[in-house]
Design a protein around this ligand. Structure first.
Ligand code: SAM
Length: 216
């Protein structure tokens, strides 16, 4: 069954590479990243905007919503690095989850990293390096990461990551002043995980319809 999907904080859209047949609206604030997303997903509508604001104003039109807010301020790298990075975590992550739990009627999922602190809201599931908060049960297995995932930092690493994710593009994008062409690819959720999660949501809907039908 085709559904209307909001893909918030879309990045390059690793998560959405295998979402065929659905109507997808992707919101990404970085113009260069959004342009590559459009090349990789010509059938998706891509909007350059703030995903928090866009979703708050338009949430009623979507059946399913995926969010991948930036993870840098939650990542264990914040504490592992030798550089001076002490900073406040970005708790809009939790504002978003509370908003979804209380105001959004569709199916939803929020993705982030395993943080360096105890999550303020208990996640639904951990899959590999990702934590997920969701409105449905998730059945997904991680896809083994390529060797040297964290340390890849040159154009060869970029090609290896593109091969792993099944996406190809020529542009070299530096994410938020980071001098590594691989970071924007490391940000991606593997397409297989994105597909397994959308399938989990859809299976949950079918089970609900069967139960509802059995009771009616
Ligand atoms: C973790 S990445 C998304 C990865 C994506 N889910 C995937 O699988 O490829 C987060 C993205 O959110 C974008 N971003 C950060 N703040 C944003 C905001 N307020 N609104 C929209 N996009 C934002 C960043 O530019 C980055 O590309």
């Amino acid at each position: 069954m085709a559904v209307k999907i909001f893909n918030g904080f879309a990045g390059l859209g690793g998560n959405s590479m295998l979402w065929q047949e659905h109507q997808v609206i992707a919101v990404e604030e970085n113009e260069k990243i959004a342009a590559v997303y459009k090349k990789l997903h010509p059938d998706h509508e891509v909007i350059v905007d703030d995903a928090y604001k866009y979703f708050k104003n338009n949430h009623e039109q979507f059946d399913f919503a995926w969010f991948s807010p930036p993870c840098q301020k939650h990542s264990r790298m914040m504490k592992a690095t030798r550089h001076k990075v002490a900073d406040y975590p970005d708790f809009r992550l939790y504002e978003l989850i509370v908003f979804l739990e209380n105001f959004y009627k569709g199916g939803w999922i929020v993705e982030n990293v395993v943080p360096y602190y105890k999550p303020l809201i208990q996640p639904t599931k951990k899959v590999g390096r990702h934590l997920f908060w969701a409105s449905f049960d998730i059945y997904a297995e991680e896809v083994k990461q390529p060797k040297g995932f964290i340390t890849k930092s040159n154009l060869r690493g970029k090609q290896e990551m593109m091969d792993w994710l099944g996406m190809q593009f020529d542009e070299v994008i530096y994410y938020k002043g980071n001098h590594c062409p691989v970071q924007v690819l490391r940000n991606c959720v593997h397409p297989s995980v994105g597909k397994q999660i959308l399938d989990s949501y859809q299976k949950g809907i079918v089970v609900q319809q069967q139960l509802f039908g059995a009771i009616a």
